[in-house]
Design a protein around this ligand. Structure first.
Ligand code: AMP
Ligand code: MN
Ligand code: MN
Ligand code: MN
Length: 275
């Protein structure tokens, strides 16, 4: 069995449709896949349809942005109920924040002589959420950047045109929202926050208090040493271990679907909690 419990479709900042992600997962011999788009569950219906014609077991997922100590933290919700009211309220709030940021971004571009609105909107499917990568794609289409890397160098980042800081709900609000619908909340890519081990322990303490029960241990970017460090922390705090690639695009060879080390045997896999 192979569990990739973190990936994206074009309902948020991925390149592929949910059906294409399922097809790719099938080719990679993944048995269990969680589609975890940022701040939306709208790709799940399409993913379920595609999964019916594959050997993949699809897990309902989401990746929610939140704030802890003024930092942006990502929490993955697994086996969630996408119709649960508390969760839907948080999703609605995050989506609204994204829509408001997009408006402010359009205005900032406009003030700098760039009319980007229509190009961005053409990149987002109905019900999808606007993300900065959508703006990067639009900048490429308008000939203002040659690729996403350049788009994020010239625009969209602090100090550049199109940068609008985001405010996200507090971590304390996110954990309970995921749990409300019977889902299990997991800290996404813990090594990406550039926290020392001590600070990461503080984050874990606070997230456990917020109802987060697991942590990603093996991702496409964790090396053996990091896996050992995270395994140690997961044991110390009694956390379930998760695995996931954080796949976004076939053009990102560093985060291929299904590419991660197996979960260390000393940890209890988060998928043991799925019914
Ligand atoms: P957002 O959540 O809309 O602010 O967008 C964040 C996403 O933008 C991240 O998940 C990455 O996929 C992408 N991103 C952020 N910074 C960069 C960068 N410097 N180069 C390429 N992609 C980036
Ligand atoms: Mn992303
Ligand atoms: Mn993330
Ligand atoms: Mn992600």
């Amino acid at each position: 069995m192979k569990h990739d419990l973190h990936c994206h479709s074009f309902y948020s900042d991925g390149d592929l449709s949910p059906a294409e992600v399922i097809q790719l997962a099938d080719q990679q011999s993944i048995t269990h896949l969680a589609l975890t788009d940022h701040d939306t569950v709208d790709g799940l219906a399409e993913a379920h349809k595609a999964a019916e014609n594959s050997s993949i077991t699809l897990i309902n997922g989401i990746e929610l942005s939140c704030t802890w100590e003024q930092r942006l933290i990502h929490i993955v919700g697994l086996n969630i109920d996408p119709k649960e009211k508390t969760l839907l309220a948080v999703i609605k709030e995050n989506k609204q924040r994204r829509l408001l940021r997009a408006e402010a971004m359009y205005e900032d571009f406009e003030q700098n002589g760039i009319d980007i609105r229509l190009a961005v909107q053409s990149k987002i499917p109905k019900n999808g959420v606007p993300t900065r990568p959508h703006f990067a794609e639009a900048l490429i289409e308008l000939g203002l950047a040659k690729d996403k890397k350049q788009a994020f160098k010239r625009y969209l980042v602090k100090g550049k045109t199109g940068y609008v800081p985001m405010r996200w709900p507090d971590l304390a609000q996110i954990g309970p929202a995921i749990t409300a619908g019977g889902g299990v909340a997991v800290l996404a890519h813990p090594t990406r926050y550039k926290l020392t081990r001590t600070k990461l322990s503080w984050l874990i303490k606070d997230m456990v208090a917020a109802g987060v029960k697991g942590m990603e241990i093996c991702t496409a970017s964790t090396d053996k040493q990091q896996i050992a460090m995270l395994t140690d922390l997961a044991e110390k705090f009694n956390l379930f271990g998760s695995t996931g690639s954080d796949f976004h695009s076939e053009h990102q060879p560093w985060a291929k679907l299904g590419r991660f080390e197996p979960l260390p045997k000393t940890l209890t896999p988060v998928w043991n909690t799925f019914k």
